[in-house]
Design a protein around this ligand. Structure first.
Ligand SMILES: NC(=O)c1ccc[n+]([C@@H]2O[C@H](COP(=O)([O-])OP(=O)(O)OC[C@H]3O[C@@H](n4cnc5c(N)ncnc54)[C@H](OP(=O)(O)O)[C@@H]3O)[C@@H](O)[C@H]2O)c1
Length: 309
């Protein structure tokens, strides 16, 4: 499909649903439910700002002990200071774009020794300009996908994920625009397009979620992939200023973006092979464009590729 027509279709179809209007409409039907996460240990990545920060505050307010992982120690200090329950939040300073950062975080969690009941793979960036990490990886690929995989697999291998753990992968509706294309996940600077790179990573998260449910579901773990809707965060402000200007009046609050993650962790709905992507407590379709339905690569190809690092 012509990219301009696809873009127009995307915004026409989803502007209402992904904005605050969609949230408000669906939320009117939700029964009242009190979330209780007492006795649980949560690990939230990208925890010091935006949606991650809202998840940390709400999980802690509902009784969880939360390990909050993010890069800036100043922002992590602020996160704890702002909480009504600072004793329930443990800051873990880590650069999650680095494989070494993941390994240090996992080693530290292992030394603390409390298995993780709920893992929220939330950290994600849309980088308009090509950038590499100190380890030589394209930075958005490393942050959005490779290191979600590395963290989750390491926690499973080290028995640091509780056998009944809930894992929530924070994807995006942007993934509708891209098929699974393993050979385009980590392009060089000459082929780099930040928006498409982000869409491909977010599509890959959907496939990874299905793969994990098949690989580890029989142990009792449940994996979900969700879209928070369009949320007015610093990430959107920095990466999509034109989009933000256009939709500012209907962007969601951080709490609204966080809601489905908390609901999934509380309710743990059964996972199905064609899981779909969760938005506002509902399963939504994984595909809206025909060109994403029959990709050249499989989830196993994706996993083999991620393992190669
Ligand atoms: N906002 C939306 O409308 C929207 C829509 C769809 C999907 N999402 C997804 O939702 C997730 C959260 O988005 P957001 O808008 O809340 O993001 P955000 O406002 O940009 O916040 C990102 C958080 O991640 C941390 N972070 C960034 N790079 C990091 C790194 N290398 N290592 C450790 N921490 C890092 C930041 O902390 P430091 O500054 O301390 O590093 C910050 O706490 C992302 O996966 C995003 O793709 C968001």
């Amino acid at each position: 499909m012509n990219p301009a027509i696809q873009g127009l279709y995307f915004f026409t179809r989803f502007a209402r649903s992904f904005s605050r209007l969609g949230y408000d409409k669906r939320a009117r039907k939700w029964p009242k439910q009190i979330f209780d996460f007492s006795g649980q240990h949560w690990l939230v990545t990208g925890a010091s700002g935006g949606i991650g920060r809202a998840i940390v505050h709400q999980a802690a307010a509902c009784g969880a002990q939360v390990t909050a992982a993010a890069r800036s120690s100043g922002k992590l200090e602020q996160l704890t200071a702002e909480s009504e329950f600072p004793e329930r939040i443990k800051a873990a300073q880590a650069d999650l774009s680095l494989m070494s950062g993941i390994d240090e975080l996992a080693a530290w969690l292992g030394s603390v020794g409390t298995p993780v009941d709920v893992l929220v793979n939330n950290v994600g960036v849309l980088l308009n300009d090509y950038a590499t990490t100190a380890e030589g990886m394209e930075a958005s690929f490393a942050t959005n996908l490779l290191n979600h995989y590395r963290l989750t697999e390491t926690l499973v291998a080290d028995d640091m994920l509780d056998p009944n753990a809930t894992v929530i992968n924070m994807s995006s509706g942007g993934m509708y625009n891209a098929p699974l294309a393993v050979d385009s996940l980590n392009p060089g600077p000459e082929r780099y397009d930040g928006v498409m790179a982000y869409a491909r990573h977010k599509r890959a998260q959907v496939e990874l979620t299905r793969y994990w449910n098949e690989a580890y579901g029989d142990r009792g773990m449940r994996f979900y992939v969700m879209h928070p809707g369009w949320v007015d965060t610093q990430g959107v402000k920095t990466s999509l200023p034109g989009f933000r200007k256009l939709f500012k009046s209907v962007l969601r609050s951080h709490q609204q973006g966080a809601d489905t993650a908390l609901w999934l962790a509380m309710n743990r709905p059964a996972c199905e092979p064609n899981e779909g992507i969760w938005l506002d407590r509902e399963r939504q379709t994984e595909h809206v464009f025909s060109h994403t339905r029959n990709p050249a690569h499989t989830a196993q190809d994706l996993v083999n590729y991620l393992d190669s690092f």
